[in-house]
Design a protein around this ligand. Sequence first.
Ligand code: IPE
Ligand code: IPE
Ligand code: MG
Length: 246
Amino acid sequence: MGQEMSEQPFDLPPEKIPRHVAIIMDGNGRWAQQRGLPRLAGHRAGTDNLRRILEACVEFGIEILTIYAFSTENWNRPPREVRGLMSILERVIDRELESLHAQGVQIRHIGRMEGIEPRLQKKIRKAVEYTKDNDRLILNVAFNYGGRAEILDACRRIMKEGLDPDTLDEETFSRYLYTYPCPDPDLVIRTGGEYRLSNFLLWQAAYSEIYSTPTFWPDFDKEELRKAILEYARRERRFGRVPQKA
Ligand code: IPE
Ligand code: IPE
Ligand code: MG
């Protein structure tokens, strides 16, 4: 995995490379449907795709990758599909943990543990604990994740701790989010062609650049990621200010 990082894969100054990329991995179902396959085959193909995107992220110098794998709303899918998605995560942990660890990936879980089957909870905790000292790439896996649930959970913890309301500012609040201490995503990519956040990183994406591509997630390869980064590099992030060269 990208050992020879000396060669810049882009003709871009380093500050034009996003530090933190978040991906809404959408379109697995349609990818399968197009091939006359069951939706779960699409989810499996999507999982296989993750491996090459992880490698590309390391090669491109991205430090943090956050992936949306299962939303709090995805429980409303047919039970068979939900069960399939749960077992896919379980198998990924079983099969890939060792190689992810060897590649220096630090796995983190963002989302609610409650609601996930205890056996899978245990595996998630194990994967997080096992890789916690790795620092080549941080991989935040958003699983049973909802942006609203995250904000509510933060509020609950803040209230339980009895924080003085007058001292609460954005900096303090963000420390109670699942993603802490990661910085906000610079770039949010959505595959599958939709233009919505679907409850992903509602707080953190306040000033993220959004990139949507019609490519379905299983087909989103290294070249597609390169295109997204090049587009990101062309954007001017103003954060409410006036243009630089005004
Ligand atoms: C995204 O693919 C994966 C999950 C939501 C788990 P979809 O399953 O939403 O695929 P489409 O949008 O139906 O094609
Ligand atoms: C968003 O995709 C959730 C994940 C990729 C895990 P969905 O397919 O669930 O989103 P909607 O329903 O199109 O908004
Ligand atoms: Mg979808």
